[in-house]
Write a protein that binds this ligand. Sequence first.
Ligand SMILES: NC(=O)c1ccc[n+]([C@@H]2O[C@H](COP(=O)([O-])OP(=O)(O)OC[C@H]3O[C@@H](n4cnc5c(N)ncnc54)[C@H](O)[C@@H]3O)[C@@H](O)[C@H]2O)c1
Length: 360
Amino acid sequence: MNLASQVMSASTPPPVRVGFYGAGFISQFHVAALAASSVPNEIVAVHDPDAERAARFAASHGGRAVGEDELLELVDAVYVATWTSEHPRLVEKAAAAGRAVFCEKPVAVDAPTVERMVAAVERAGVVNQVGLVLRFLPSFRWVRHLVRDEQAGRVLAVVFRDDQYIPNQGVYGSTWRVDAARAGRGTLLEHSIHDVDILQWLLGPVCAVSATAREVHGHPGIDDVVVARLDFAGGASASLVSVWHDILERPSLRRVEVFCERLYVALEGDVAGPVRWRFAGEEEQVLEGDELRTAIAEAGDVGTVNSATAFLSAVRDGRPAEPSLADALPAHRAVDALYRSAGAGGAVVRLDHDQVDAPA
Ligand SMILES: NC(=O)c1ccc[n+]([C@@H]2O[C@H](COP(=O)([O-])OP(=O)(O)OC[C@H]3O[C@@H](n4cnc5c(N)ncnc54)[C@H](O)[C@@H]3O)[C@@H](O)[C@H]2O)c1
């Protein structure tokens, strides 16, 4: 080894050793994010009780299919990408072993369990991140940049629509999403936890909510039509419609309209835009795809757009990651409050003192 390569090997940190609990649909997304990450990493292990899935995953992405306990001996960091009911046990186990942990959303089936998980990762002092990945998208970041512009004035109202075909079919094909014992709840928790997180990331804390929830497909405990109202401590109000239908041509689509005093913004198509906006007295403008990435960078938002890079760099550098399990708590508390409201016939539930008022 010559001097240059000796210096290089002394200063280059080794790749982060990554393991997976769960070898299903979303793990493929994380594999792609790891492959695209600028932080060196290596997939060394996978565990899935579906042994065939685990073996296929290892054959395609590297590492070995191993038992649940053995995995923690092999990794620096673990992705918990199982169905929701298994997240708490596996996150607590990884934390107790001192491993960094990335937990998919929803973090758990209810907020008190998320609180317990936050306490576990904080007690263990491990790096932790959650799969609230919409926060990484340039499209949502550009919307946030626009509404924070002084010229916009105050945010008045948001209309948020999220629709997806019920995911026990098509590319998701999961039986567990219509099984309340494993999913906890339906579209509001399983899918729209993203939306409730984005709304608070955009507008600040929610102070009161109300909702109706229906189970049209007839799976007990699995809501598929939710109409919600959220009031924000900062003064804005939002409506959220979350629907699971059977239109297989619509896998997962969002449309968000934000009305400020002097700005209108519409996000059409969540991942790549377009984002259309108009300030009072100006022409309409529109950006989509890579233009949005350029726009956020030019506006000074130079954070990564890769959730794996955010996680791995925190693991490598030994500093906190974002969004953390604690960052997911406000969304979980608001979702729990929305379900309490729906269970009380649409009564207003206040988040500050957790109180249910009679319907107006
Ligand atoms: N961030 C996002 O946008 C997003 C998108 C889809 C799914 N998700 C979340 O990711 C999680 C997984 O969803 P999916 O679509 O990949 O489901 P999936 O059914 O495709 O995969 C889940 C896998 O977990 C395995 N599993 C169950 N218990 C396990 C255990 N104890 N140890 C190891 N493996 C176990 C199952 O056998 C299955 O192979 C869910 O919490 C879901 O809500 C997030």
